[in-house]
Ligand binder design. Structure first.
Ligand SMILES: [Zn+2]
Length: 221
């Protein structure tokens, strides 16, 4: 064997070793990814607002905070192993309150996180649902679309604006804090208008609302 053949052989051998190493690394990464996805078997529910600042008020269902606290508790009772419920501990301001929630939230791996609100308008006829998501997160958009299709089927909700999706690009936009600072997929839900009495009446049947969430979570986890 001449020098030339020997060099060729070396190239073949090194290429082979390189490919084997790469293969091993990729497999390891795949396994890690797979294991991580398997662990994500929980959903986080973040109650919008708190005792200090209860959010919008509806004549039919009460404040955003009181309403969603009741609904979140109902969901937790039905599927305790699948959800964690978060609440903003009252501080002076919104940002430090959210910082604390996000610090806890980001210690865990969630399949997705849902921040719970309802909409309000001076126009008592305003109605329908919409969701806020991070503009680059397609999984959030898919989940939000699925969620709103359920609202449409069960409550006859109108899907507002551009397929009900409001894309958030930065943390300072209203409602953007959790969406931009959560490491896992995070959706802010506005399923109805508390200021619309007809629409609020449908959502005052809390068992139906909780069941919609329970089915949505079970079918998307
Ligand atoms: Zn709100």
């Amino acid at each position: 064997m001449g020098i030339k053949e020997l060099n060729q052989l070396k190239v073949v051998l090194y290429s082979y070793l390189f490919l084997m190493a790469l293969n091993g690394k990729l497999q390891g990464q795949f396994n890690n990814f797979y294991i991580k996805e398997m662990v994500k078997m929980k959903v986080a529910l973040i109650i919008g607002h708190n005792q200090r600042s209860k959010g919008a008020y509806s004549q039919i269902v009460g404040s955003e905070y009181d309403y969603w606290k009741r609904i979140a508790e109902k969901i937790k009772t039905e599927i305790p192993a699948l959800v964690d419920v978060y609440e903003r501990k009252p501080n002076k301001f919104y940002v430090p309150e959210m910082e604390e929630v996000l610090k806890e939230l980001n210690k865990n791996d969630y399949k997705f996180c849902l921040e719970l609100h309802f909409n309000s308008s001076t126009n008592s006829q305003a109605n329908g649902c919409e969701c806020l998501v991070y503009y680059k997160n397609n999984k959030a958009k898919e989940l939000a679309t699925n969620f709103m299709a359920r609202l449409q089927n069960i409550f006859g909700s109108k899907i507002r604006g551009n397929h009900g999706i409001i894309e958030i690009q930065d943390s300072k936009t209203r409602g953007g804090y959790g969406i931009c600072n959560s490491k896992d997929t995070y959706i802010l839900l506005e399923p109805f208008f508390g200021s619309n009495n007809d629409e609020s009446l449908k959502f005052s049947i809390e068992k139906d609302v909780a069941n919609l969430f329970i089915n949505f979570i079970k079918e998307n986890i």
